[in-house]
Design a protein around this ligand. Sequence first.
Ligand code: HEM
Length: 203
Amino acid sequence: MALPDMTERVYVFKGFERFWHWTQAALVIFMMLSGFEIHGSVRLLGFERAVQLHTLAAWSLVGLWVFAVFWHATTGEWRHYIPTFDKFRQMLRYYAWGIFQHEPHPFRPTAANKHNPLQRLTYLLVLVLVSPLIWISGWLYLFYGDWAAWGLNSLGLEWVAAAHTAGAYLMLAFVITHLYMATTGPTLLSQTRAMVTGWEELH
Ligand code: HEM
């Protein structure tokens, strides 16, 4: 006898959110490639072009962030990033052990609560630690020529470069973890599909 289809669908990702996610993903990946070329780790565009395009992508990201901050503030969607420790231990246990035993996922997303506790904490850390590190060091790097006028003579360029590179490695670690987590839904691509269509499948 055929089993009944137990798939349920919930609409969790709105249009702007999906646009923001994919545009930001493309820009961040491009910033990593061009940044690590400036750093000397990869060779793709040539140093000069990498510097030019890294700066252009940085300004594009600023523009995107202005819209994203406005959208989160006006729609109340910022609430999805408030950390919670409800079911936190179950989540850790699930990803360390349960997932390999095909246990059911301890969290069910809804439109009102779309991020599990691990996602909430990770995104918040990216927002309050990794992003400011990259942004502040990036701005200082960008305006190196103005440091004297701003009275920042005592600031060493090597420290700004080290902070920016450390931020880039943290971002790389986030992207790798995020890509792995994205494949752990009901099927390998179901969560990626959800970020394209907005509809999350629950089994
Ligand atoms: C995910 C975002 C980003 C990543 C992964 C990233 C990565 C990098 C890396 C690895 C370098 C080379 C550092 C070195 O070897 O000293 C670099 C250079 C640089 N980055 Fe970024 N970056 C990002 C965002 C930004 C932002 C938002 C800005 C500006 C607001 C920025 C401005 C710069 C500048 C000005 C340089 C130096 C270019 C030069 O040599 O003239 N970056 N970036």
